[in-house]
Design a protein around this ligand. Sequence first.
Ligand code: ZN
Length: 432
Amino acid sequence: METPYWDEQMETLAPEQLKDLQLERLKDLVAYAFKHNPGYKKRFATAGVKPRDIKKLEDLAKLPFLTKDDLRRYYPYGLVCVPMSEIHYIHASSGTTGKPVVAAYTQKDLDNWADLMARSLWAGGLRTGDILHNAYGYGLFTGAHGHELGANRIGTTVIPMGAGNTRRQLAIMQDFGATALAATPSYTLYVAEVAKGLGLDPKKDFRIRLGFLGAEAWSDELKSKIEETWEMKTCEQYGLTEVIGPGVSFDCGMGDGLHINADHFLTEVVDPKTGAPLPPGERGELVFTTLMKEAFPVIRFRTRDLAVLTEERCDCGRSLPRHSRILGRADDMIKVKGVILFPRQIEEAIMRVAGTSENYQIIKEQTVPLTTLRVLVEPTAQRFAAGKLDELAKRISQEIYTMLSVHVTVEVVSPGSIPRSEGKAKRVTEAE
Ligand code: ZN
């Protein structure tokens, strides 16, 4: 019988054994970084910590956090722990808000990455015989390569499509008989919108049955809509360039959080403001330490992504700890009249109202001393044609108030008027 696990031993390891393994690997990692990188050595010295001070997992907290700004200061190779001749691959974050973060990989790092991605994709149901249409942007971004490595490891056929040119994407997807799609959630729905515009039915005219989606915080409502539109099962893939790329955690299909590949990534949840550790079950910022990376290990990297951690056993049989789906980035947090909210929550409220679409935009208006929000929403073409758009706007505004206790101005705009993205959707803009 086919096993539901790619790596049964690691995926079902008893929690105490997992912790022993993590500790052993953490000790090795700290000694390794101390020995092979002057930057880390200095950081540890400043914190007054020596590798031998790491005796139990909790001792990790003695080491300093590593922030994205720290990483920029080490640009490009400041935290690399191997000679350049051993680096076989380089990726980088998009760098839209400053210098990019450079992620370097040895051959062993690439092998491990392939294995972790295979684990993640396998859990979602990808198999030999599937054809994966990879619509993540190839290039420095980790998304496309991570999925390709994992699919190759399983033995799945890969279409290295890359981002852009949606009509061509559709033709290739259809002609090549793709059965699985790797893309951002927003792009997955946009592709369906373009298909419908061409008179195609995403359910009937394509063979896509699986979607490996990630790189954005998306609501359960958006997930249901994607699954319904394409008649596909979606599995969220989570990761960050700084940590390894996708492959940090994955959706096992039980719909109750993402399993962390905890034999490779040690996870903490901390208060996003103070950095104080939070117990399982409390919402906070995810912090990762890579236990196995050679070229570019990160120790206590602050992701700014907010989630809840749980060590409870999952019905899928995996013992790997889980984090909830990402609520949002701490940086995307919007404070309106004392209420803290995230774009994903507004998305959820909008999509609960009949006649709306997944296309919306939040405009932040800074009117000292308060921030106010204006939300633009596209209705479905049918709802738009039916008129009485003021009523729809009112309904959406009420739903947002019911869910979030915040009054926002909602404007219903014509279908197709909000810019689409071929990669990560930009949901929030500042008013000019
Ligand atoms: Zn599970």
